[in-house]
Write a protein that binds this ligand. Structure first.
Ligand SMILES: [Zn+2]
Length: 133
C-alpha cells in the first residue's frame, strides 16, 4: 500500500538505494510502497561537510512517512483481516477458510439444519391437514 514520503528540508533530497534513485523536491513528497518507504527513511544518508567542516544543510536527510497514510493503511489491513475471515453464523467459530467453515457447519450444525427441515415439513403437513379437514 502506498504512502507519502515527505522531504521536510528546504533543499531537495537525493539518495540511491539498490539502484533506485530517490529524488524528493524541497517540502514535497513522493508516493511509494510502505515497506520501501520504511527502507528509504531508515537508510542513513551521509552528512556532507563544507570546507570548514560545517555540515551542509543540503545533505540533511529530513524524511518522514505521512502519519495519516500509515493510519489509513493500518485500518485497511485490519478491515481486510476481518472480512477475509470465515465466521460461523451459528456459533461464532472462526475458520481458516471457506472449506473449513463448510466442514464445521456440516459436523457441528447438521442436526440444526435437519431440525429446521423437519420443522418446515411439520408446518406444511399441518396446513395440508387443515385444508382437508
Ligand atoms: Zn458453528
Amino acid at each position: 500500500m502506498l504512502v507519502k514520503v515527505w522531504n521536510d528540508n528546504v533543499h531537495s533530497f537525493k539518495q540511491e538505494i539498490h539502484g533506485v534513485n530517490y529524488v524528493i523536491p524541497a517540502k514535497e513528497y513522493i508516493e511509494i510502497e510502505e515497506d520501501e518507504a520504511d527502507r528509504l527513511v531508515k537508510r542513513i544518508s551521509p552528512i556532507v561537510l563544507d570546507g570548514n567542516d560545517v555540515p551542509l544543510p543540503t545533505s540533511y536527510k529530513m524524511l518522514r512517512i505521512d502519519a495519516d497514510d500509515l493510519k489509513r493503511n493500518r485500518h485497511l489491513r485490519e478491515n481486510k483481516t476481518r472480512s477475509g475471515s470465515y465466521i460461523c453464523q451459528a456459533c461464532g467459530y472462526v475458520a481458516a477458510n471457506k472449506w473449513e467453515l463448510d466442514g464445521h457447519s456440516l459436523n457441528e450444525h447438521k442436526n440444526q439444519f435437519d431440525d429446521l427441515d423437519e420443522a418446515k415439513m411439520a408446518i406444511q403437513n399441518d396446513r395440508a391437514k387443515r385444508h382437508k379437514g
